[in-house]
Design a protein around this ligand. Structure first.
Ligand code: ARG
Length: 495
């Protein structure tokens, strides 16, 4: 009776699939060894097939949280000893071995081996080589299922902490630039059409609010995820008298997770982090898009220094905002990563499923991309040079003070707003037909639209007066913007 592997091999050869199923050079490199199955060797007599191993291996990805893995293992070993589940000598040997491994990984001498599948088995195998049989006691009352859930939570928690600090830096940069531009007029747009004059300071502060909510979403996610799954074991908990509160505390968690199935089965903590990252990337993308528009010479609102511009290999005049364009683009892959993990998780039966090994690449990719995007944006915010004269000229054009005319009619002549809107519309029509802007209409021309109009109206028709008049809470008037800048300076200083 031929073995199943041989059967498949000859079958494959017969139907021309040999190239696919025959281990090639790459596959051969990952071919199973008897080493690789030591961890569960009892029930197995054959080593895993090459393709099986190729699809199963995750060490190239999960080695990234080796620090978290060692930290969790050391906490687990200390707890096992305190609970007298293992001896103090074994725990001391394990701890010293894990410290040696930490040194090896830091020094780049640790032998990461694909035949040991993932970071957990690599560490355990190496520990065995370093300290002998005591190594085999580390995995008491633990499974890779709660181990990976713990390691990954620790990694995501660190990533959220670091990201909050970086987004805070971006906010600081924005507040700093806003402070310089509370009186810098610029056109405000709706539908990307000239709407009403605003100030650059006000505009930048809008993003400070958005990024503030991003930080608070990350903080929320962190708070919710800060429970320790270690001790959930494979899925059902364990019969050993473990102390889950002790390991939770040692790892900086608020408490242990309350349901062992949930502890090993859910990845909502990673999804929440990805959701927060996705929203943040969307905000970055909008600001980046505005920078792309503003640097276009036909706008000419801002310029980037050489450090944030690129040239063209063919068009000598070019000054391209590549960094802004790439920040604009990052929202694509980052939100894709959220969708990727959410789609992996949907429909999975409890508890752990191997599908969940696919949880790491999207999270690592998203946070790498977001990290770069946030840092690039902070750099661009600090780098750009505004062109206030150009911005003010554009702010005053396009009949941007038509609303101010209507408001003046309401406030001075007590005309109902709908009627005032109509009169101001007629003024725009008249100005447009004469090739003039609103403040260039003569008093006689304005009186033809409503006899009550007086020269006082010109006071409100400039962009500067328009912006200064918008003193409602949160409005664009410099006094309001100063107030918000002061508030944010206080919040950011307080952390
Ligand atoms: N490498 C695995 C992962 O990342 C670790 C958990 C494996 N658990 C198991 N029962 N095979 O998900």
């Amino acid at each position: 009776m031929p073995s199943r592997r041989n059967l498949i091999a000859s079958l494959a050869a017969g139907v021309g699939l040999a190239a696919t199923l025959r281990p090639g050079r790459t596959l051969a490199q990952t071919a199973g060894t008897s080493e690789g199955q030591k961890m569960w060797g009892g029930r197995f007599s054959e080593k895993p097939g090459a393709i099986m191993q190729e699809i199963n291996v995750s060490i190239d990805v999960d080695r990234r949280f080796w620090k978290q893995d060692l930290r969790a293992s050391r906490a687990h070993a200390a707890m096992l000893a305190k609970q007298k589940i293992i001896t103090g000598e074994d725990a001391a040997r394990i701890d010293a071995g894990l410290a040696t491994i930490e040194g090896e990984i830091t020094a780049g001498t640790f032998p990461f081996r694909r035949e040991f599948e993932d970071i957990h088995l690599n560490v355990e195998a190496r520990l065995g080589e370093l300290i002998g049989p005591s190594a085999g006691r580390l995995h008491t009352a633990r499974s890779r299922n709660d181990q990976v859930a713990t390691d990954f939570r620790l990694w995501v928690r660190d990533a959220l902490d670091e990201m909050q600090a970086k987004v805070r830096d971006l906010q600081l940069a924005l507040v700093h630039r806003a402070d310089q531009h509370t009186a810098t007029l610029m056109p405000g747009f709706t539908h990307m059409q000239p709407a009403q004059p605003v100030t650059l300071g006000h505009h930048l502060m809008a993003y400070v609010e958005m990024f503030g909510r991003d930080v608070s979403r990350m903080a929320d996610a962190r708070r919710r995820m800060n429970e320790c799954p270690l001790g959930s074991a494979a899925l059902a908990g364990t019969s050993f008298p473990i102390d889950r509160t002790m390991t939770a505390q040692a790892l900086g968690f608020d408490r242990p997770t309350a349901n062992s199935l949930d502890g090993v089965a859910d990845r909502d903590f990673a999804l929440e982090a990805l959701a927060a990252a996705t929203l943040c990337s969307g905000h970055l993308s909008r600001l980046a898009e505005e920078m792309v528009i503003w640097t276009n010479p036909q706008f000419g609102f801002i310029t980037f220094s050489d450090s944030y511009s690129t040239g063209s290999s063919i068009m000598p005049q070019k000054r391209n905002p590549d960094a802004a364009e790439l920040v604009r683009a990052k929202a694509g892959p980052i939100s894709g990563d959220f969708i990727a993990l959410n789609t992996v998780m949907k429909g999975l039966p409890l508890a752990y499923d191997k599908d969940m090994q696919e949880d790491k690449p999207p999270v690592f990719n998203a946070f790498d991309n977001l990290d770069l995007a946030v840092r690039a944006m902070t750099g661009m915010v600090l780098d750009f040079k505004a062109n206030p004269a150009r911005m003010a000229a554009v702010a005053a054009s396009g009949f941007a003070t038509a609303t101010d005319l209507a408001d003046w009619l309401v406030q001075t002549l007590n005309i109902p707003f709908r009627e005032a809107h109509h009169i101001a519309g007629a003024a725009v029509k008249l100005a447009e037909s004469k090739g003039l802007d609103l403040p260039e209409l003569s008093l006689k021309q304005l009186k033809s639209l409503h006899p009550g109009i007086t020269a006082d109206v010109y006071r409100v028709l400039t962009a500067e007066a328009s912006a200064a008049s918008r003193t409602s809470y949160g409005g664009t008037a410099p006094a309001q913007v100063h107030q918000q800048i002061a508030r944010w300076k206080g919040l950011l200083k307080a952390g």
